[in-house]
Design a protein around this ligand. Structure first.
Ligand code: ECB
Length: 134
């Protein structure tokens, strides 16, 4: 039985989101707004099928996938670059590789105590986000 990420989660910390956005080429004005946000994640998980809705007052992003099945991701409303995306289990961690124009792009989700962790990677930048149950 893999980890259970189901729930509604609120962002409580967001380390180096600025560096991650710069690596993605997000413009200054958008970064200024984006770094003020406190996004919420709604995660629905049934076995290896996932629905992750990241919501904020500024932009929303929905990702639906099955673990182990590569798909094309459009990153609409984020950097808008298309990637070939593959998410796999590494023990109880959900590891995403986003293959495309940007090197070393991807993310990892895991649970630690009552917290949801998300590490976002692009090129040489790592952003660390922590969420608590709403
Ligand atoms: C959708 C809320 C954040 C909106 C930020 C708006 C503009 C900044 C543009 C690009 C920055 C790149 C990413 C934003 C950070 C978080 C959004 C979702 C990150 C993500 O891919 O989460 C995964 C794992 O939970 C599911 O899509």
């Amino acid at each position: 039985m893999p980890a259970d990420f189901n729930g509604t989660w609120n962002l409580v910390s967001n380390d180096n989101f600025e560096g991650y956005m710069v690596a993605l080429g997000i413009d200054f004005a958008t970064r200024k707004i984006a770094k003020m946000l406190k996004p919420q994640k709604v995660i629905k998980q049934e076995g290896d099928s996932f629905y992750i809705h990241t919501t904020s007052t500024f932009r929303d992003y929905v990702l639906q996938f099955k673990v182990g099945e590569e798909f094309e991701e459009d990153n609409k409303g984020l950097d808008n670059r298309k990637c070939k995306t593959l998410i796999t289990w590494e023990n109880d961690k959900l590891v995403c590789v986003q293959t495309g124009e940007k090197k070393n792009r991807g993310w990892t989700h895991w649970l630690e105590g009552d917290d949801l962790h998300l590490e976002l990677r692009c090129e040489n930048q790592v952003c660390r986000q922590v969420f608590k149950r709403a």
